[in-house]
Design a protein around this ligand. Structure first.
Ligand code: UAG
Ligand code: ATP
Length: 546
């Protein structure tokens, strides 16, 4: 599937005259009565009767791809004056092709698309989740809560109707049973409007979407009216784009303004959430796990199967909701509480929302249990943690359900942030008992060199499988840093960890989460961490050699 397949087919569209009048566009060529029914700012996703919005970008100018858009049936282009000049200079524009200009086409792209698709966010209830960490997890939990229905067979196990709520985020776009892997967290504005219109056409009444700070800064959610917006947390990230934490916060805070929403839910466990709750321009209710809020999570207790955390959510009118965060870690209590309270704000009965989440499917690659703990197997968890903070958090989240050792399989991504590689090695060695240093996505970098840079942060020298096995067989409480193994090949590293682990241990496969394509020397290689584990236990351990 491509994003072109997620286009509505029944919308009436608008005329060029209507677009020009509403947005102050200059029409340099073409018929005013031409009807536009589709829109894209990617030349490769243009559809017949479509408007191609050709933007000037950091790398290139969209107008360079006009010929491709024409081949796919574009009826019109909207660009800046410089883009239009280039289009006319290149020649060969069909006579009836419409050329529109605006001094800042990115600023109006969302509004233009919303007009073409008849303001679809007024017909679909859109829930937006922002924050540095937890957006993906929370949108999936929220989807379960928003799709909750009473189950006549078992009142405490509600039916979860995933087709009642789509998701748009880092993992996938999933609407009404159709699914496509994502390229980024937040899609561009015209595509968002197209997806909302598609949801409307397919009678999908709700959408849970991740809203990145880039999206807010670059206008990707312009012209979207959210039913409820949620803020999770703010941690150091993306400062290359935002400059300072204050600017990063201000980008996120934009979502909590009447331009986008009227109801907000804010987690006040960190100082930024507290600041937002005080300064928000819209009404907000607060949630917290570590502080006291309108809705406060209390009495946290790890579930017996070690997969999640039971807690009570105490509400402003004395309500007590009995809840289960279906993923380990206190931060997943935060995500679960956020999802429940956003669903409540959207009109779902509190206990029903909590029950739906308790029975929801796993979130792809987010603290995903690939193998539960049994008498013969360790707990094996796949998580997207790929920063030092996230690694620390993920290891801590699993520690309280681990009697034995923590084994972590991880590597650093190639061609990105070389500075963090040694820190990752140091973090894992400080918090886990066994560090298996291997590949993440090396891209075009030499995997051995990346491993070397990660190993530079590990206090102990790498040892062989045999030596590691011997060392772990004799518990040494004076060992201050992890036993280290260096393993060429991630699949081999995962299997090595599974062979080393005892049933009391926990194995964390960190870094790649839901991803199934690993880029090695520029070549895509299929590798699904979760599947490697499933296949390993399905085929019997003995058949595998280290
Ligand atoms: C800063 C940023 O977000 N830039 C995005 C922006 O780039 P740009 O405007 O500079 O565009 P460009 O690449 O120069 O291309 C110019 C124009 O030509 C068009 N084009 C280009 C090629 C082609 O074949 N056809 C075509 O029409 C493009 O659609 C674009 O409109 O528009 C491009 C097209 O949509 C995006 O690919 C690009 O995302 C870059 C790759 C990116 O990595 N963005 C990240 C930082 C991002 O957005 N991340 C956030 C947060 C994630 C998180 O929270 O962790 C996210 O929401 O994913
Ligand atoms: N509320 C939270 N606070 C801190 N860390 C979290 C929280 N929720 C999840 N994490 C950790 O952060 C990482 C990313 O989680 P998730 O994908 O849900 O967040 P995200 O905001 O969507 O991030 P990304 O856009 O990178 O996917 C995971 O490693 C997870 O263990």
């Amino acid at each position: 599937m491509a994003f072109r397949d997620f286009a509505p087919v029944s919308n009436e569209g608008v005329t060029i005259a209507e677009l020009c009048q509403t947005h102050g566009l200059a029409c340099l060529q073409g018929e005013q009565q031409t009807v536009i029914k589709q829109v894209s700012l990617d030349s490769q996703q243009v559809l017949p009767q479509g408007l191609f919005i050709a933007l000037p970008g950091a790398k290139t100018h969209g107008i360079k791809y006009l010929a491709g858009a024409l081949k796919l049936g574009a009826t019109a282009v909207l660009t800046d004056p410089a883009g239009a000049e280039q289009a006319f200079e290149a020649g060969e524009l069909p006579k009836d092709f419409v050329v529109l200009t605006h001094p800042q086409p990115r600023q109006i792209a969302g509004e233009v698309a919303a007009q073409i698709f008849s303001s679809p966010s007024q017909a679909v209830a859109v829930y937006g989740v922002t924050g540095t960490n937890g957006k993906t997890t929370t949108t999936y939990l929220l989807r379960a809560a928003l799709g909750a229905k009473n189950n006549p067979q078992a009142q405490d196990q509600p039916l979860v109707e995933t087709k009642q709520c789509g998701v748009i985020g880092t993992v996938a776009v999933e609407i009404g049973g159709a699914k496509i892997p994502s390229v980024r967290t937040s899609v561009e504005a015209p595509l968002l409007q197209q997806l909302l219109a598609y949801a409307k056409e397919k009678s999908v009444p709700q959408l849970a979407i991740e809203v990145s700070s880039h999206a807010l800064e670059l206008g990707r959610v312009n012209a979207t009216k959210f039913k409820v917006v949620g803020f999770l947390n703010l941690q150091r990230d993306h400062l290359d784009f935002h400059g300072t934490m204050e600017d990063y916060f201000q980008a996120k805070a934009k979502l909590f303004t009447p331009k986008y929403a009227t109801q907000g839910v804010v987690c006040i466990d960190d100082e930024w959430g507290q600041k937002l709750a005080k300064t928000s321009e819209i009404d907000v209710v607060t949630v917290a796990v570590e502080k006291v809020a309108d809705w406060t999570a209390k009495n946290l207790q790890a579930s017996e199967d070690h997969r999640g955390t039971h807690f009570e959510l105490h509400g402003p009118q004395g309500q007590v909701v009995s809840a289960l965060a279906p993923l380990p870690g206190n931060y997943n209590v935060e995500n679960t509480a956020m999802a429940i309270v956003m669903a409540i704000a959207g009109g779902v009965e509190p206990q029903l929302a909590a029950d739906a989440i308790a029975h929801s499917a796993q979130v792809p690659g987010r603290m995903q249990v690939a193998q539960g703990r049994t008498d013969t197997t360790p707990l094996v968890v796949v998580d997207y943690a790929h920063t030092t903070d996230a690694l620390t958090g993920a290891i801590a989240a699993l520690r309280d359900r681990t009697e034995g050792n923590m084994l972590v399989v991880f590597g650093a991504t190639g061609e990105r942030d070389r500075g963090k590689r040694a820190d990752m090695g140091q973090t894992v060695c400080a918090h886990a008992e066994v560090a298996l240093v291997t590949e993440d996505d090396p891209y075009d970098e030499d995997p051995a060199q990346i491993r070397k840079e990660v190993l530079a942060g590990c206090p102990n020298e790498p040892v062989s499988f045999k030596v590691a096995k011997e060392l772990l067989a004799t518990p040494d409480h004076t060992r201050e840093s992890a036993v280290v193994l260096e393993i060429d090949g991630r699949e081999k590293a995962i299997i090595t960890a599974l062979k080393l682990a005892t049933p009391q241990d926990t194995v964390l496969l960190a870094g790649r989460g839901h991803e199934t394509i690993q880029m090695v020397a520029g070549v895509p290689v299929h590798l699904d961490d979760n599947q490697v584990v499933v296949d390993y236990y399905a085929s019997g351990e003995e058949s595998h050699e280290c």
